[in-house]
Write a protein that binds this ligand. Structure first.
Ligand code: PGA
Ligand code: ZN
Length: 429
């Protein structure tokens, strides 16, 4: 049973405040967890409670969320059974009482849910991924990774219109081997940038921000980096894209590619994405259209869903109602899974199960603001999600996730998902 919940304010990888919780059980077991934070957030995400006190951390403090844990939640959950994760998560949502956890803050609620899950694993002498697997009845699988290489959008001062260009290993036999291939691509990308006189300074997720004018130019640079690493584009390494199109959407309709100086309709964006798939080894496209462009998403999925993975991030916001709507509309064939969009461990596992039942791919994802907590790595393995999206192989908050996957691979002996987890993509040409 829970004896103590204690929250504190710590900093994330952008230097912004976030919530960390320590959970103690009566058996002496302990669990600590902290929550990440996004920059290109979907409007349907669970609510991140910020203090709004301009004199402290530019209004981004989380002392109210911390106080909600140390006061109301600690009192309500004292004596609760930490092994009943689902009941506990339902109680957390009920105590908050709002659909988006706006009263206590999803950052407060999720930190408690994660910390208690870790404490429960400790109480049972389990690794966290084993605890997660037990909660959802899955057989652990090491995920196929997608790794940030080039950044734009809100993660790189809008230096490029498209937010992420990522590398995916297509021929690795183990996670460790996959990581080595990604490392080669990341290093080669730095060399290409240097050679072209572009900056090698790091964007928010540890990728490069070369500020290229068009998506095609960024895809050409990706291809060059893969080749420079001595690898074959489309055979050894595929390219994944996160357009984060909601950040390009204009109130008057359509999409503004500001860096390129072009305005595009939903249909024109779909045609642009189709040309990228035709001309480059693209295997996955996330948020190709706006989070409210449901009809556009159906057209996009009709056009490209048989060729590549189409992932909804802002579109679904790890929200079961939005995913159900998308499945009904034939929108996307994959779901980005972010626990802090949902608010609890159980709610997140529910969305993964729902996606799997609908035949959608599941990609557990980091946020652009992370801490050293690698809970997401255990979540991805334990839920058998099949894929994981993480920042670049730079900065300790990001590397913490890869390193935890290496530990889990060594400890579990679990199989590596490889490209069997990808949707749409039909294999090597
Ligand atoms: P965010 O970016 O954490 O800033 O939302 C990640 C993503 O869009 O996938
Ligand atoms: Zn995204």
């Amino acid at each position: 049973a829970i004896t103590t919940l204690h929250a504190r304010q710590i900093l994330d990888s952008r230097g912004r405040p976030t919530v960390e919780v320590d959970a103690w059980l009566d058996c002496g077991a302990f669990g600590r967890a902290s929550v990440p934070s996004g920059a290109s957030t979907g409007s349907a995400e669970a609510h991140e409670l910020r203090d709004g006190d301009a004199s402290r951390y530019d209004g981004l403090g989380v002392l109210k969320a911390v106080a909600n844990v140390n006061g109301e939640l600690a009192a309500a959950l004292r004596g609760a059974d930490a092994l009943e994760q689902r009941g506990l998560d339902e109680r957390l949502a009920a105590i908050d009482g709002t659909p988006q956890l706006a009263r206590l803050g999803a950052n407060a609620v999720l930190a408690v849910s994660l910390a208690v899950c870790r404490a429960a694993a400790a109480a049972r002498g389990q690794q966290l991924y084993q605890r997660v697997a037990q909660l959802c009845g899955a057989t652990p699988v090491l995920p196929l990774p997608m790794t940030n290489i080039l950044s734009g959008g809100l993660h790189a001062g809008r230096g490029m219109d498209v937010q992420d260009f990522l590398a995916m290993p297509l021929r690795a036999a183990t996670f460790g081997e996959a990581l080595h291939l990604l490392s080669r691509v990341r290093n080669a990308a730095s060399q290409v940038a240097q050679q072209r006189g572009l900056t090698t300074l790091l964007a928010d997720e540890g990728g490069l921000s070369p500020g290229l004018e068009s998506g095609a130019a960024a895809l050409a640079m990706m291809t060059e980096a893969i080749e420079r690493a001595g690898l074959r584009p489309g055979e050894d390494i595929g390219i994944a894209i996160d357009v984060a199109a909601s950040t390009l959407c204009e109130t008057t309709g359509g999409y503004r590619f500001a860096r390129e100086g072009v305005h595009r309709s939903s249909e024109q964006v779909t045609n642009l994405l189709a040309s990228w798939v035709r001309d480059f080894p693209v295997v996955s496209i996330e948020d190709g259209l706006d989070e409210e462009d449901w009809s556009g998403w159906s057209v996009l999925t009709q056009a490209l869903g048989g060729k590549v993975q189409l992932v909804g991030d802002d579109l679904f916001a790890t929200n079961p109602q939005r995913l159900a709507r998308g499945v009904g509309a034939g929108a996307a064939n994959g779901v980005l899974v972010k626990a802090n969009q949902n608010g609890t461990v159980s709610g997140t596992l529910h969305v993964i199960a729902q996606a799997r039942a609908a035949g959608y791919a599941t990609i557990v994802s980091a946020r652009s603001g992370e801490t050293e907590d690698a809970f997401m790595s255990d979540l991805a393995v334990g839920s058998a999600a099949g894929q994981i999206k993480i920042g670049s192989l730079r900065t300790s908050s990001t590397v913490a996730k890869y390193n935890q996957l290496l530990r889990i691979e060594e400890h579990s002996g679990a199989a590596y998902a490889g490209t069997a987890a990808l949707r749409g993509w039909r294999g090597h040409a």
